[in-house]
Design a protein around this ligand. Structure first.
Ligand SMILES: Nc1ncnc2c1ncn2[C@@H]1O[C@H](COP(=O)(O)OP(=O)(O)O)[C@@H](O)[C@H]1O
Ligand SMILES: [Mg+2]
Length: 406
């Protein structure tokens, strides 16, 4: 057996990689500015939203309750970054004025269940809720008790709020919207809901909807030119001068605008392309790197989205996968129902499944019927819009689901 010795070819390869890394200058100045949670110094093209949002929240500095607000817009239109930027600035004032106001932030998709959402919100208020054992309303009451006891006013940002509502229900929002009138003893909670789905309102009970959407703001997609400007600004902070070619920036902007002007996709493409270039030992980022990055992001994203779906989302997707090409919604629902039953799982109602399908549509996994009032449209068809192989691989990771795929 050759190639096995400590000084064999394997070792040479590593030596070369390590030496190259030590000897070459990184193409990056600061790769952190390409991270998803980075809040840039300049938020471009969003002056109107920033000032509107700031004006709605400003009364809090005089001790008045701001209206609840809904922010809508497709992914990558700057909702999260604007909300975080404005609340960060506001919080600096709150500290200066010594006001007892807390800002809580939670991404409901990452929290994944309504209960975990509450546990995390509780943690941000320094109370620890048990991981199981309480009902939702008990857990919520403990949070409200704490706010009352410490006389805290709160602003709660519920990011990607559509996730929790479509995959579960709006009970938790109901708790939050009705609480002001009762439990809080003069303190207030203002809710900032952020949704990637404009049709999301159809899933809310009218009581919850009217409570939550006292004010609404819409974030339009960016144009290609706007994306190019956002990228150029970010490149200046992220890369050494001259690393990213002009044609790479243009390609990046146009790929990110191909569905709707999505700044997240633009920044992700740039980050992955930069990493690819660095790994190749290239000292420029060119169109090739952007193209490769685009392919790899698309696959990873689909895979991650599917892997992190709740059980019924995976089940309905397994039913779509089992269908030959596209499938009628009624048929799909009955296939889903029998799959669920075969696993001893109680199927969800057609209305809930319709919500989940619409979420999968928003996530770009399937093409699903337009929903109205959460019901199936008439004789609409559902089909996969991502590679079957990726869907199947991601679903296989779930033991329960993989047992029915075979
Ligand atoms: N107007 C903007 N100026 C600079 N960067 C932006 C702007 N809008 C979005 N971004 C960047 O694009 C990415 C996605 O934005 P984000 O606010 O998370 O979008 P959304 O919450 O609408 O999906 C983030 O990296 C963010 O920093
Ligand atoms: Mg967001």
């Amino acid at each position: 057996m050759e190639n096995m010795g400590a000084a064999g070819p394997n070792n040479d390869i590593l030596d070369e990689i390590f030496n190259r890394t030590i000897n070459s200058k990184s193409i990056f100045l600061n790769r952190d500015v390409l991270r998803n949670d980075y809040i840039p110094d300049h938020i471009l093209f969003r002056d109107d939203q920033i000032s509107q949002f700031g004006s709605i929240l400003a009364p809090i500095l005089r001790g008045n309750k701001p209206s609840n607000i809904f922010l809508y817009g497709k992914t990558g239109t700057g909702k999260t970054v604007v909300a975080r930027y404005v609340t960060k600035k506001l919080y600096e004032r709150v500290l200066k004025l010594n006001l007892n106001i807390k800002f809580l932030y939670i991404n409901t998709r990452l929290a994944s269940t309504q209960y975990k959402m509450l546990v995390e919100l509780g943690a941000q208020l320094d109370i620890s809720l048990p991981f199981t054992g309480l009902s939702l309303s008990e857990a919520a009451s403990r949070i409200f008790e704490k706010m009352k006891r410490d006389s805290i006013n709160t602003i709660i940002i519920l990011d990607e709020i559509d996730y929790i509502v479509k995959n579960y229900d709006d009970n938790i929002l109901y708790e939050f919207t009705r609480v002001n009138n009762e439990l809080l003893n003069g303190n207030f909670i203002s809710i900032i809901g952020i949704s990637n789905d404009l049709k999301f309102k159809e899933y809310l009970d009218p009581r919850v909807l009217s409570g939550l959407s006292e004010e609404e703001m819409v974030f339009p997609p960016y144009t290609v030119d706007e994306l190019e400007a956002i990228l150029t600004d970010r490149i200046r902070a992220a890369f050494r001068p001259g690393v990213v070619s002009e044609s790479a920036v243009k390609l990046c902007a146009s790929l990110a605008a191909s569905e709707h002007g999505d700044a997240r996709r633009a920044v992700d493409l740039l980050r992955v392309a930069g990493e690819l270039a660095e790994r190749e030992g290239s000292d420029v980022v060119d169109t090739d790197h952007i193209t490769k990055a685009s392919r790899s992001i698309e696959r990873d994203r689909t895979y991650e989205v599917i892997r992190s779906l709740p059980l019924h989302g995976k089940l309905i997707l397994a039913a779509v996968l089992a269908a030959p090409e596209d499938i009628n919604t009624g048929r799909l629902y009955s296939n889903y129902t029998s799959m669920a039953r075969s696993l001893g799982i109680e199927p969800l109602t057609q209305r809930r499944i319709s919500g989940i399908l619409s979420e999968l549509d928003v996530l770009g996994v399937v093409n699903a019927p337009v929903v109205s009032n959460g019901r199936f449209g008439r004789s609409k068809r559902v089909k996969l819009v991502v590679p079957r192989e990726v869907v199947s691989r991601a679903l296989q990771e779930d033991e329960l689901i993989s047992s029915i795929l075979k």
